[in-house]
Design a protein around this ligand. Structure first.
Ligand code: SF4
Length: 168
């Protein structure tokens, strides 16, 4: 199976801080995290193939409105994913990958993925640790140009009054 198939496509504002992203959720993740919110996409043969033509059509439709394309999965078809990443960058947009793998694991899946990304979210889902909005999370969101971990941008700040503080 080498096709990149997606089951959901949407515009998102929060998944990549500071960017308006066209996001695709791909099928076929084999990691089987307990409590996965996308367990219905585990089967690899479901969804619509993200072809070059389809992607170009979406990039044309959203030109000037989006700044990034977010790939939620897809690392299991690295050659197809690399082609789509190259096409996104050629259109002048940023790229982000959400993967359940650790960075070292991602590099072993394909050594050409990281250089094609501006941002990456790594780490399996562990319900007890939570996602990026939880300070205890094992997951990391990284700006690959600076190496900066940006998890703090996902953690909702509680207003001082709501937290029991006093207004100045
Ligand atoms: S890595 Fe993500 S999509 Fe894959 S099983 Fe874990 S939570 Fe689900």
């Amino acid at each position: 199976m080498s096709e990149l198939k997606f089951t959901v496509e949407q515009i998102v504002w929060q998944e990549v801080p500071g960017e308006v992203s066209l996001a695709f959720l791909f099928s076929g993740c084999p990691l089987r995290c307990e409590g996965c919110h996308s367990a219905d996409t585990w089967k690899a043969d479901i969804g619509t193939e993200l072809t070059a033509d389809y992607l170009q059509g979406r990039l044309k439709r959203y030109r000037g409105l989006i700044s990034c394309v977010l790939f939620m999965g897809g690392e299991w078809q690295p050659e197809a994913l690399k082609k789509r990443l190259d096409e996104v960058r050629a259109a002048g947009l940023k790229t982000c990958l959400y993967t359940g793998l650790e960075r070292s694991e991602l590099e072993s899946v394909s050594d050409g993925l990281i250089p094609r990304l501006d941002y990456v979210k790594t780490g399996r889902w562990h319900a007890a640790l939570g996602g990026l909005d939880n300070p205890a999370s094992n997951q990391r969101f990284v700006n690959l140009h600076t190496g900066e971990v940006l998890n703090r941008l996902f953690i909702r700040q509680v207003p001082a009054a709501a937290a029991g503080g006093t207004a100045k």
